[in-house]
Design a protein around this ligand. Structure first.
Ligand code: PEP
Ligand code: MN
Length: 332
């Protein structure tokens, strides 16, 4: 249950009510928020005369539920936004990882020419094998910061684990929690306390309910700027890397109040499918795309097969424009 209490009671009292219910407690400008788990189905009698409002849920998807806030959260991205009235679709693009100054600079030049606002590249790469490239770490973050000042791009980058969460928060404009870290409560808390927009990627073996519960973890730390990312789930199919769950996206659009972006690159695993998938996703009316593109994909140190080259990116991006226009969206 979510309960709103008025500001004319002191925060000490609000906190005491929260403690008595075993509830989480948040302070918002106009009210206090108490959040119990969903098993509480009736407003406690002690709060009958005090509560401004309350909401009952059938699962612990609460703060992120449209039952609580019907409108999609609006998340500021530089001088624009996603979510809210849903008019914008944001392109988040770049190589899988920062590999060198030359590589990231070539990426920025292309993105800038295309009018893209957000560069995404990893410096702490979660890998399936310990014998592969794990990213440049803080040197990579410093290169990203340089690129932000030189090209005016916003930086999205991933926190892989809690050892460097504070560094990523310091450098990034948008913080990414990756699929393999979706359940990491240390990272969810760091993301919740970051004060920055967070891309929360769905674990490839996670249900939609588990994804939205993790979004609630971040929001229950006071950060509502959560962007959900569908990046493919594991199915019985092995010819593609994962299976992009568009039904899941439709479910999220219906039930969850957070913007949703799609990552066809990690879902498909092969460059040849990315254009088609990006067009299909755009036609669904989503809030953004995350696309991996590399100046020389064949030389990429991670996710080489799925990264499209710059010309392929330019062609794909141009092909999204009429689709976005047809459904009343502006591509950012
Ligand atoms: C990534 O975004 O570069 C990444 C590692 O993806 P995921 O967390 O979806 O596997
Ligand atoms: Mn990648």
């Amino acid at each position: 249950m979510i309960i709103h209490l008025p500001k004319n009671i002191s925060h000490v009292h609000a906190q005491a009510y929260a403690d008595s219910l075993g509830a989480l407690y948040l302070e918002k400008p106009d009210y206090f928020v108490l959040i119990t788990n969903h098993s509480v189905q009736q407003l406690p009698s002690t709060l009958q005369d005090i509560a401004l409002n309350h909401w009952v849920f059938s699962t612990d998807m609460q703060l992120s539920s449209r039952k609580y806030k019907p409108d999609t959260h609006r998340i500021t991205i530089g001088d624009s936004y996603i979510g809210g009235d849903g008019k914008n679709q944001l392109m988040i693009a770049g190589p899988c990882a920062v590999e060198s100054r030359e590589q990231i600079e070539q990426s920025c030049q292309m993105l800038k020419q295309q009018g893209i606002r957000v560069l995404r590249a990893g410096c702490y790469k979660p890998r399936t094998s310990p014998y592969t490239f794990r990213g440049l770490g803080e040197d990579g973050l410093k290169l990203l910061a340089e690129m932000r000042s030189k090209y005016g791009l916003l930086i999205a980058t991933e926190m892989r684990d809690a050892t460097h969460a504070d560094k990523v928060v310091e450098y990034a404009d948008i913080v990414q929690v990756g699929a393999k870290a979706m359940y990491d409560h240390g990272l969810l808390t760091a993301a919740g306390q970051s004060g920055k927009p967070v891309i929360l990627k769905r674990g490839f073996g996670s249900t939609l309910q588990e994804l939205v519960n993790c979004a609630d973890f971040i929001m229950s730390c006071g950060n509502d700027q959560v962007i959900l990312c569908e990046r493919g789930i594991r199915s019985f199919e092995t010819n593609t890397r994962f299976t992009l769950d568009l039904c899941g996206v439709a479910w999220l659009k219906q039930h969850c109040n957070l913007p949703i972006i799609l990552d066809p690159s990690h879902a498909m695993g092969y460059a040849y499918g990315i254009g088609d998938l990006a067009r299909a996703c755009t036609a669904m009316g989503i809030d953004g795309l995350l696309i991996e593109t590399h100046p020389q994909p064949e030389q990429a140190q991670s996710d080489s097969a799925q990264q499209i080259n710059h010309q392929q990116f330019i062609d794909m991006y141009a092909s999204l424009q009429p689709i976005a226009k047809a459904i009343g969206k502006t591509l950012l």
